[in-house]
Structure formats: C-alpha cells, structure tokens
Design a protein around this ligand. Structure first.
Ligand SMILES: [Zn+2]
Length: 281
C-alpha cells in the first residue's frame, strides 16, 4: 500500500532541487549521494532532465499525456514518477546526461545507490527508487574505470606569475608541466587556448592533488569547466573543477572561467553549500 495516491504528494514533504525538480527525501538523498559519487570518480555531474522529471504531479502527468506522442507518457495517475506504481511506493527520476557514463557504468552507480535501472529498457535514463521515503546507505562497490584515450586536446592551461605553464588535458585529470615555452606557443596557435592566471600556491595544490604526467603526454577527456549558480538567483558564483568547488570572489576569475567556455549549472544554495563543505580548495 503506497503512502500517497499517485501524483498527489503534498509539496511540503518533498525536497526541491531547483526548477521543476522535486523528490521525496529518501530519493533526493540517494540521488545526491549518487551524483557526488559519480562526480568524484568519473568527473560527470549527473543532471535530472529539465521539467518535472523527478516527481511528476498529477497535472504534469496530464500535460505529458496530452503533449507526448502515443505511448511515451503514462496515463495520468499511473506514472512511476507519481510516487506510487502498481500499488507500491515508487519514485522515478530521469537522468538526462546518463549517456556520458554509458549504460553499464550508469546502471552500476544507480544500483549502488539504491535505484533500479532498466525497468523499461527503452528508457535507460529512467531510474526507480522503490523505497522513496527511506535513504539507503551506499555500499562500497568499486566502479569499473572508464577507458581514456590520449590526444593533445587542452581543456585548461594555467600560468603562474613565475611563468610556469601547466596544461590539464582533462579537467580533474593530471597536469602536464611544459618545460619549453615554445611548446605553449605552438599549442596556443594550434588550439587558440589561453592560459588562466593562478598563484604558485594554487598550481602546487593542483599538482599535489591531481598529479602530473610527463611532458608530451596529456591526460584527456571531455569534462567541461563549470560555474555553479544558486537557484535562488543570488549574485554568488562558484567554480567547479575536477570535483572541487570554490567561491568565485573575484570578477577576473569569473571572466576567465567564462572565456574558457564554462557551463553554468544551477543548483540550490544548500547543495552548493554541501559541495563546498567537502570540496573546498
Ligand atoms: Zn522517467
């Protein structure tokens, strides 16, 4: 017997994760833990698909049923996003960018954090939590490591006041310290990449944290630089790089990040605070 009728959960018992994203507290805790785990280990920030793709209240189910092509949306009051499914408590959440991990790795993390993936095999993004009111502790199963290939792409380049240039082929990856300034000139001309000024201390931190690969090699991937913006619309911004977040207190940092094609991710301030608490520089 489900706790609430499908699509009729009062909003004040739900957790708001920005936009139209609402989840039961248990499902929210599992999702946040899964997202942190994936971010930490894979460098991918999982996003719920835009729209009511966590909890889907009754009116939204009607809307989806009316607007979606035949068969793509459940009959109103029967969606597994509604808090009840086939008489059981259930909360589905759709992860828009699951494909960044690939199906096997995404399912691995989903199961690890208490979700059942693959209930509808044509919807790989659709995860169901059958215990949406209980937060399950994560079990410590090591994730299979994704394969990475090397090339000479540059995601971030840093220059210290002393003239040291370090390149991060993959944000969050190991750094390549250039020992020949002409090499940077060549990379700059070939890719248009610009350096981002940082202090010697910050470079030492990055080297200590991410390690280095020998000159001529680059640890690469496709992780974008991110700016975290509070959903409440405040003026604060935070940088997020390779699993770390830090407040952007100076305009120059922000401008530099934006020039490097950072993508802006809107999050609830409470989530940003949580990220800062365990990821601060
Ligand atoms: Zn779904």
């Amino acid at each position: 017997m489900a706790r609430y009728e499908n699509g009729r959960i009062p909003f004040d018992v739900l957790v708001h994760l920005g936009g139209e994203h609402y989840l039961t507290p248990g499902t929210a805790a599992k999702f946040i833990a899964m997202r942190a785990d994936v971010w930490e280990n894979e460098g991918v920030w999982l996003e719920i698909s835009p729209g009511a793709n966590g909890y889907r209240w009754f009116e939204k189910q009607e809307e989806a049923y009316r607007d979606e092509p035949d068969g793509n949306a459940a009959y109103p009051g029967s969606s597994s996003h509604g808090g009840e499914y086939n008489g059981r408590d259930a909360m589905a959440v759709d992860i828009g960018n699951w494909g960044r991990l690939g199906r096997a790795l995404f399912y691995h993390y989903a199961r690890k954090h208490g979700f059942e993936p693959d209930v509808f095999d044509w919807e790989p993004w659709h995860l169901i939590d059958w215990e949406p009111w209980a937060a399950a502790p994560a079990t410590a199963t090591p994730a299979p490591k994704p394969r990475r290939k090397r090339n000479t792409m540059t995601e971030a380049a840093y220059r210290t006041p002393g003239g040291t240039i370090a390149i991060q082929g993959r944000l969050g990856g190991a750094l390549t310290l250039l020992d020949d300034p002409d090499e940077w000139t060549g990379i700059h001309q070939a890719t248009g990449a610009a350096t981002w000024g940082i202090s010697e201390d910050k470079l030492n931190y990055l080297v200590g944290h991410y390690g280095t690969v020998p000159a001529g090699l680059y640890d690469t991937g496709r992780e974008p630089l991110r700016i975290l913006a509070p959903a409440e619309g405040g003026a604060s911004r935070y940088g997020a790089l390779g699993g770390r977040a830090w407040p952007l207190t100076n305009v120059r940092d922000l401008a530099a990040l934006q020039r490097q094609a950072a993508e802006v991710v809107v999050m609830a301030q409470s989530e940003i605070d949580a990220a800062l608490a365990w990821r601060n520089f």
